[in-house]
Design a protein around this ligand. Structure first.
Ligand code: NAD
Length: 241
């Protein structure tokens, strides 16, 4: 078996979720020492709210415990369906906080370590950052924002030998789409054009296993992608074409 991450140290956010867990397993299975963080601590997962600067600073001790960092994977994310007229400020702020500010804070905290190791960052955005989806104005704005955030970092950090790349998944079999849908199966879901929502989310092509996304992350984080930075890799069965 290939062991692309032997001797490498990685930090993965959203590690208790579907894509995060799969990414931790893949990197660890190929030799990396991995620390996973998530909103709620669990088995082998440290507590960290990526949208909160103090919490992110506290999680920085995880990197110290590893003795440094070669790879940061920003996976943590939230998604709520809302008609635009029902989009309250708290829901807007939740999306921007977790999906956009989170990767900013985590990347900034990881920077000294990545500079030392000439490491790299891989961030999970979404096809919703490339192609609009209805009832997801906040999600789309946050994901589109994080794509440009990462492209900007790629340019700025190239001189330090730090690569920065983004993966844009289509529909993946995890709790995220299921919970977003469940939240709206009641009265608040009335008036949603479900067919349009599912079509733009890529449901027509079927939801992918989380390991398809972890494979893309591992490629971008590995030496095979040594010349790849500022890339936005869609893993979406062609949905965003
Ligand atoms: N599942 C999909 O269809 C899909 C499609 C495109 C993009 N994505 C993106 O993939 C990423 C992973 O999502 P997933 O599908 O594995 O869903 P998931 O719900 O299984 O995992 C998301 C994880 O993020 C964690 N999280 C939420 N808020 C947090 C916070 N403030 N601090 C730390 N952790 C927090 C959750 O606790 C959860 O464990 C997200 O960024 C999501 O937007 C998912």
């Amino acid at each position: 078996m290939t062991r692309r991450f032997e001797g490498r140290r990685a930090l993965v956010t959203g590690a208790a979720g579907g894509i995060g867990r799969s990414t931790v397993e893949l990197l660890a299975g190929e030799g990396a020492q991995v620390v996973g963080v998530d909103l709620v601590a669990g088995d082998d997962v440290l507590a960290c709210d990526v949208s909160d600067a103090d919490s992110v600073a506290a999680a920085g001790t995880a990197a110290e415990r590893l003795g440094g960092l070669d790879v940061l994977v920003n996976v943590a994310g939230v998604d709520r369906f809302r008609r635009f007229e029902d989009l309250d400020l708290a829901t807007w702020a939740l999306h921007l906080g977790v999906n956009l500010t989170g990767p900013m804070l985590m990347s900034q905290a990881a920077l000294p370590h990545l500079r030392a190791s000439r490491g790299n960052i891989v961030t999970i955005a979404s096809i919703a950052g490339l192609r609009a989806q209805p009832y997801q104005a906040a999600y789309c704005a946050s994901k589109s924002g994080v794509i440009m955030l990462m492209k900007s970092l790629a340019l700025e950090l190239a001189a330090d030998g730090i690569r920065v790349n983004t993966v844009c998944p289509g529909g993946v079999q995890t709790d995220l789409p299921t919970q977003a849908a469940a939240e709206h199966s009641g009265a608040s879901g009335a008036g949603l054009d479900w067919d349009l929502l599912m079509e733009t989310a890529g449901a027509r092509w079927g939801f992918m296993p989380p390991s398809d996304i972890a494979d893309a992350v591992a490629y971008l984080a590995s030496d095979a992608a040594a010349s790849v930075t500022g890339a936005v890799l869609s893993v979406d069965r062609g949905t965003a074409c």
